[in-house]
Design a protein around this ligand. Sequence first.
Ligand code: PLP
Ligand code: COI
Length: 341
Amino acid sequence: MEKKNLDWANLGFGYVTADYRYVSNYKDGKWDDGEITTDANITLNECAGVFQYAQTCFEGLKAYTTEDGHIVCFRPDLNAQRMVDSCERLKMPAFPVERFIDAVEKTVKANEAWVPPYGSGATLYIRPYMIATNPVIGVKPATEYQFRIFVTPVGPYFKGGAKPLTIRTCDFDRAAPHGTGHIKAGLNYAMSLYAIVDAHEQGFDENMYLDPATRTKVEETGGANFIFITKDGKFVTPKSDSILPSITRRSLMVVAEKYLGMTVENREVLFEEVKDFAECGLCGTAAVISPVGKINDHGKEICFPSGMDEMGPMTKKLYETLTGIQMGTVEAPEGWVHTIV
Ligand code: PLP
Ligand code: COI
């Protein structure tokens, strides 16, 4: 199989139209068999539920080429389950976990030529999503849905790759208490667009959202969870009902404890204590681990001792172990690496 002729090492995080995608439709209370198709476009009624009341959710995972030439993905069962949870909250029909994994496999296999080679620095981003497709004008759930998966080869989410980011505390909220912050609903991301454009205009890479009720606790960014390293080498990561349960963060908690022997604390993190941490990072499928060098809180700066030139030493160890597991150079815990080819 011949790979596409792309400049893999210089890809950004963008959409490239690959050859194949997966589509399954839900009607009369059941999902059809699903198929791989070549048509990247969707034609829908003007009143489809997705257009009117934003009934849509999505997932994000990646396929990696390992050192020994296999194509694998990372814990797809957790993405499948999280999508089931998102669907439940949005009154959408669950796409079964086993079928989700099978659909990911089929889509990646069909697009093998688009999977970046080992060592290129790029990966294949996989985007499963679901939309409400039939007309709804009264505010109620639709009765017909489409589940799709497309893939796109990607490089680093943040320009500059592993260079430490400058972020700011944000005066807007992305999620409400008892709202939808804990699921991957498209509406959460719509909520974050004003804030991210504003952050970029002000010269910041990302927003640090605080808890909407008290604005004293760290939540997450628009697309990643936070990790912190204390001065005595503990791994601390915020716990909140209104943040997305990041698969990367849950995996890093295991990596920190079992591979690096660190004490792990998953707890409420007061913004007040952030200035005392030694290292800070963002973690997620797209972000991988992106170091944060500086946080601007309404003009007051928190500068982490790890500086603005490179990742802090513990962040680096976490990054190397996690990506080693994903690319097959570090032995993975049972069930984490799912071989596709
Ligand atoms: N938080 C938000 C809001 C996200 O969009 C993402 C990305 O999926 C994450 C956290 C990280 O989650 P994961 O590690 O499962 O990709
Ligand atoms: C992911 O990491 O998969 C996400 O969905 C985050 C998004 C900001 C690209």
